[in-house]
Design a protein around this ligand. Structure first.
Ligand code: ZN
Length: 494
């Protein structure tokens, strides 16, 4: 089966000479030949079995009808981005979904979990088209948007049923002030009864009366805490020390004071530890999406990423730029003091994220693109760098980025990463991500040649989703053309 855009699935595909990082948190091994029959990994054969002391008498290398030479390259399971927003309006230009999908695939992302809002039906159709390889897109796991108007337990029960009928994989909820603990318990109970493989993801706004403990107690192991909201809140006795003129509805206020919340919670380390232990005990996962707030600790850096020029479509750039009228565009009075507060926040946030990891808590990788100068694909790689900055070993970061997400999405055949019998969702990388995650950025890295020159290299070369092979560099080229066209069209329109 072939996709008119770029993806092809083969009867027998062999990836030769690869070094594998399997996504289960164990060390790399290779070189191996990986045989993929249609959508399934059927053999992982050491190229030199004698070195492993177990060459069978009839040993031979697998043969395919198509081959990829991955000598010097690393193969990891496809990345699962647990937090994306796919817009069908003009927010990412006239072909927004395609833009998001191609940038994601080009960075080795083979699954996107969408987090609302209001595009559920269109996404259900895209999920079908992606599964049938009719569109160039990662697998779609859809979290249905929780309807803000529900105010009663009966209404909540109805709303969960409606989402289930729609065929979404889970629920994304941002509890308004009227969603109390009782309603959240009803939502979780009904969701558990009906069965949503991807569970419930909750973004707890500061004005909510709920915190991470309430969410964890209600939803247990089907609950995921998005971002960081609700965790420091649960640890601080009473309210955060907000100034009298604070107003949550003012986004500048909201993000400015959010920069101080971990610093305040850190004054109560036993309480923070207690909150995290409860999450771990209940099996509640944490999807921190550190990347999406990074502009808050260094605005100039975020505005001048080297990839903006070629890959950031002007429509989305317009949303990033400061404007009191747009969500998450509050940098019109962003000060040195704000950045200093956020730098401190990241240090403390990362310290507790690492503690959560060490307690055995489940962390996943999420981008929350496209907001605050972060775009699809590039943000996932940056999140891996931030997880490493938090003190987590790159081998574990790859596990977080791949199989942890697959498990929380209920994706059968992907939960164990690269192994015989598993689904073929893979990224073939020009370079070793354990040495440097930057080799995975679409903009690549510098390489030294033997005669002393510096040449461009790196990047994901092939992304394989459900056995369908995508040329990652070609996808990037297509995005580059789309962005250039969108700029021209806007210029013409004046
Ligand atoms: Zn979001």
């Amino acid at each position: 089966m072939s996709n008119p855009n770029s993806g092809t699935r083969y009867e027998r595909l062999v990836i030769r000479n690869a070094t594998v990082i399997n996504g289960r948190g164990t060390p790399p091994f290779g070189p191996v030949d990986i045989l993929i029959e249609k959508d399934t990994i059927t053999e992982i054969a050491a190229v030199d079995p004698i070195s492993l002391n177990r060459a069978p008498p009839d040993w031979r290398r697998p043969e395919g009808d198509h081959e990829i030479d991955a000598a010097g390259m690393y193969v990891i399971p496809g990345i699962v981005n647990m937090h994306a927003h796919i817009s069908f309006d003009d927010k990412c230009g006239p072909r927004g979904p395609e833009y998001a999908y191609k940038l994601s695939l080009a960075h080795g992302i083979t699954t996107i979990r969408t987090c609302g809002f209001g595009t559920d039906e269109k996404l259900v159709e895209h999920r079908r088209l992606s599964d049938e390889n009719e569109i160039t897109a990662p697998r779609l796991v859809i979290l249905g948007s929780w309807p803000a108007e529900v105010t009663t337990p009966e209404g909540a029960r109805e709303a969960v049923k409606k989402l289930h009928d729609l065929g979404v994989d889970g629920i994304k909820i941002i509890p308004r002030p009227h969603v109390n603990k009782e309603i959240l318990e009803v939502i979780a109970e009904e969701a558990r009864k009906l069965g949503f493989p991807a569970g419930i993801a909750i973004h707890i706004p500061q004005y909510s009366e709920l915190d991470a403990l309430d969410a964890s107690e209600a939803g247990g192991d089907m609950m995921m805490i998005e971002h960081t909201y609700g965790i420091p809140q649960a640890a601080i006795p009473g309210s955060q020390s907000l100034p009298p003129d604070y107003n949550y509805a003012d986004e500048l206020d909201r993000f400015r004071w959010s920069g101080k919340i971990w610093t305040e919670a850190d004054q109560y380390p036993e309480r923070v530890r207690g909150v995290l232990e409860t999450l771990v005990r209940n099996g509640t996962a944490w999807d921190p999406t550190m990347v999406v707030y990074e502009a808050n600790r260094d605005l100039q850096r975020a505005r001048t990423f080297p990839w903006h020029e070629k890959y950031t479509v002007p429509q989305v750039w317009k949303q990033f730029e400061p404007s009191p009228g747009h969500h998450a565009s509050y940098h019109f009075d962003w000060t040195t003091a704000d950045e200093v507060a956020w730098k401190m926040k990241y240090r403390i946030w990362m310290k507790w994220l690492k503690a959560f990891f060490e307690m055995g808590g489940t962390i996943t990788l999420g981008e929350d693109t496209a907001f605050i100068y972060q775009i699809f694909g590039f943000a996932a790689i940056r999140e891996m760098e931030l997880l490493q900055e938090a003190g987590i070993h790159p081998i574990d970061v790859i596990k977080i980025a791949t199989t942890n997400g697959a498990k929380r999405c209920g994706l059968k055949g992907l939960e164990h990463g690269i192994r015989q019998g598993g689904k073929a969702d893979l990224a073939v990388i020009d370079g070793n991500p354990l040495h440097n995650f930057k080799v995975m950025y679409g903009t690549g890295v510098n390489r030294h040649t033997e005669d002393g020159r510096v040449v461009p290299g790196g990047g994901v070369v092939w992304t394989i989703k459900d056995g369908v092979v995508f040329d990652a560099k070609r996808l990037l080229k297509e995005v580059e053309e789309y962005v250039a066209e969108a700029r021209e069209d806007l210029a013409k329109a004046g």
